[in-house]
Design a protein around this ligand. Sequence first.
Ligand SMILES: CC(=O)N[C@H]1[C@@H](OP(=O)(O)OP(=O)(O)OC[C@H]2O[C@@H](n3ccc(=O)[nH]c3=O)[C@H](O)[C@@H]2O)O[C@H](CO)[C@@H](O)[C@@H]1O[C@H](C)C(=O)N[C@@H](C)C(=O)N[C@H](CCC(=O)O)C(=O)O
Ligand SMILES: Nc1ncnc2c1ncn2[C@@H]1O[C@H](COP(=O)(O)OP(=O)(O)OP(=O)(O)O)[C@@H](O)[C@H]1O
Ligand SMILES: N[C@H](CCC[C@H](N)C(=O)O)C(=O)O
Ligand SMILES: [Mg+2]
Length: 483
Amino acid sequence: MNLQKLISQIPLIAIYGNENTEINTIQFDSRQVREGDVFVATQGTQVDGHTFIEKAIEAGAKAIVCEKLPENLLAHITYLHTPDSAEALGIMASNFYDNPSRKLRLVGVTGTNGKTTNVTLLYKLFRGLGYRVGMLSTVENLINDKVLPATHTTPDALQLNALLAQMVQESSQFAFMEASSHAIVQRRIAGLHYTGAVFTNISHDHLDFHKTFENYIKAKKKLFDDLPASAFALSNFDDKRGSIMLQNTQARKYSFALKYPADFKAKILDNTLQGLLMDFEGTQVWCRLIGEFNAYNLLSVYATAILLGEEKERILPVLSELYAAKGRFEQITDKFGRVGIVDYAHTPDALENVLKTIQDLRKPHQKVITIVGAGGNRDATKRPAMAQIACKYSDSVVLTSDNPRFEDPIAILADMQKGVPITQRKKVLVIENRKEAITKACEMAQNEDIILLAGKGHETYQEIQGVKYEFDDKKILTEMMNS
Ligand SMILES: CC(=O)N[C@H]1[C@@H](OP(=O)(O)OP(=O)(O)OC[C@H]2O[C@@H](n3ccc(=O)[nH]c3=O)[C@H](O)[C@@H]2O)O[C@H](CO)[C@@H](O)[C@@H]1O[C@H](C)C(=O)N[C@@H](C)C(=O)N[C@H](CCC(=O)O)C(=O)O
Ligand SMILES: Nc1ncnc2c1ncn2[C@@H]1O[C@H](COP(=O)(O)OP(=O)(O)OP(=O)(O)O)[C@@H](O)[C@H]1O
Ligand SMILES: N[C@H](CCC[C@H](N)C(=O)O)C(=O)O
Ligand SMILES: [Mg+2]
């Protein structure tokens, strides 16, 4: 591809060397560079990509995109000096794949919780309505029912645009993607053309990366700030920060809410462990998802479909048939009538929502046993908060490991225990090994009791010291409940 075409629209300070040259492909990792590539040096969280410019040239890079120019510029190399390499990378990735997001109706969903649920429901809804559709999510990427594995909630700019290009090639009309706050800040999504964006909610998470809650809010807001005037911006107005998201956008602004006034409203008529009976603007619909938090997800999905031009009469029958995404409030029952629930609640807010739902919907004699951990090398402030919430809404709690990564699992558990009120200590067990923790909870559970296994949802591994060991919460809980 011609370099001049590739760099169209990127922020530039200056160009040194020949920009009218053919390049092979784009790389942001020097270890992947081959003859004729352009290497984009970005400031990372671990290392500064600029320190690998020389290595990239040795490996054959003929052009370099960077924020800091090397001292000695080589005559046969083209240097593109940019104020923002990550932004440049996103735009170049989009150009490289011929701007696939412009050939799709692309909707981005952001928020602390509910992104995967929203994009999964949107994907299934639009498939059910007869369209060809793509989806990018934490659980998996899908193109017209073909499953492609996902490594991130939002892939890096090159993979992201390659996937969108594949969707275009396979004649998809719609694409629904999660926009994580990391991806927004790291500009993985720069250069994308959105038809619409959705805000689900915001609560404490990822402060290891964003440092302050204000920065985290700003990260989510940037998705809306950057929308074109042709797009729609849909926000949850029951969330305290819902209106902030829409403050500076040029897009058409819409709100949804169950409680406050909003453009799209719905009511919960009945809330049970089998599903929700909801009223969408005068029409009653039975839905298979559980809990008030899912009523929000169903409402935002409904509103998004309307904003994409679908009719209520076509949307609601399909919506009513949909199940939750993998590992989101998945229920298992055994011969004793005990209920196991596997859920991906890995933030204090999500855990509180799920446990409140269980408390509201359980029968008085059903005890609640919660098994929960907190991830290593992730926001440590959520650890005591999650333990405290688990205690508040459960009869017994088993604290255990959830992807300790490079941290000491015992130290993570000690952080969690700091959140256990003295008066509640008696109901808490600490069992580091997750399988043993599940076994113990199953031993404790009496007839019809409820076991909530939180935090890992669809994940099929336990990540310890950089190694992902096979571990499937649903499989193990099912085995233990039936043994
Ligand atoms: C913290 C974070 O987001 N890290 C992501 C980031 O890596 P980084 O900034 O740490 O990279 P780095 O190691 O410092 O390297 C900087 C640059 O030098 C380059 N390099 C490095 C070494 C070398 O020899 N040569 C070289 O050129 C690297 O390729 C990189 O371009 O950019 C990488 C490439 O895109 C990502 O793979 C990586 O995701 C890591 C693995 C990760 O775990 N990310 C999580 C936290 C994440 O992104 N999660 C969100 C979801 C969060 C949510 O729940 O909302 C997601 O979207 O998945
Ligand atoms: N609208 C919501 N409000 C609050 N909590 C929710 C909502 N939807 C889902 N949850 C809770 O959050 C958990 C994660 O849901 P989901 O996977 O849809 O979120 P996510 O935003 O994609 O998470 P991630 O940031 O890890 O990608 C669920 O298992 C449930 O406990
Ligand atoms: N996308 C989230 C997922 C967390 C899931 C939980 N199981 C953990 O490992 O902390 C993250 O990467 O922070
Ligand atoms: Mg997700």
